[in-house]
Write a protein that binds this ligand. Sequence first.
Ligand code: NCD
Ligand code: ZN
Length: 345
Amino acid sequence: MQTLTIIQPDDMHLHLRDGEALKAVLPFTARQMGRAVIMPNLKPPVVSVADALAYKQRILAALPEGSTFEPLMTLYLTDKSTPELVREAKAAGIVAFKLYPAGATTNSDSGVTDLFKLIPVLEEMAAQNILFLVHGEVTDPEIDIFDREAVFIERVMKPVLEKVPGLKVVFEHITTADAARLVMEAGDNVAASVTPQHLLLNRNDLLVGGVRPHHYCLPVLKRESHRKVLVAAVTGEKSHKFFLGTDSAPHAQSAKENACGCAGMFSAATAIELYAEIFENAGALNKLEAFASKNGARFYGLPENPRTITLVKRPQQVAPKVPFGNGDALVPMRGGESVSWTVEY
Ligand code: NCD
Ligand code: ZN
């Protein structure tokens, strides 16, 4: 049977939530990832260093006995963030600030209304060498939801990179050929995270034969031609600029299967297995380790994980549902179906 041993991966974009939900989802990530960059869009959001350090303690307390998993903490950028906060964050070991344009996605009400008013804050991030993580979608109601990432590139991403050339930017969960091209053409200060769903699925998987609420996430799935470019980007000549970030974003089944369903897919249960499938289908299994375990660490200025994990080419059934605390259930990506790889724990 085919096996593949790689340096333990990191998940550079993860939603862990809080309380009972945190306890329910954290073990899935902690058993396969060495570290994860923890998104700050709690209710209320993680806006101060004290909030982030308290959240980190709650995560560490929820870890299974003996786990060596390390959460990498981020702060939620708001209109009120200051250069002093950036210095304080750097000193406290916070790895990044996350931009949610106000209203762009789940729990983004406190997001930034005009990023160009925060240029001094971005300049301080560049000076402190702290990363700037970007949810790259405009929220202008005039702009079609399928075009919001491409328009963000022209209206925000390019001007910001020009105004603050030293800023280290992660274009998060990219979904379009436009974003892949921007990253490939930009300097080495610009990289991107890519989710399993945007590498595996297209918008037909969301809409053909009935609305599939469990395939609804933001940025929304795009057409097949974009998916193909993303696969080419993570396996191609400039693949060192792309890394694993699941954007695993759990919501209760009742909140997904709803007249106004929440955005977010829960992929943490079989994250590295899904990526292994993608790289295998692309004939690029030899590029999986760099994508999952090296490129992100390098961009974040971190050492590679000391352990390894072993994947076996043996199909596994993904549970149709998993408990999500407080009696709620969670439907994982591929729930009730199989994934062609299995991690040996
Ligand atoms: C995320 C969530 O639920 O927190 N949802 C999603 O669709 N990806 C928020 C985000 O990352 O946009
Ligand atoms: Zn996210």
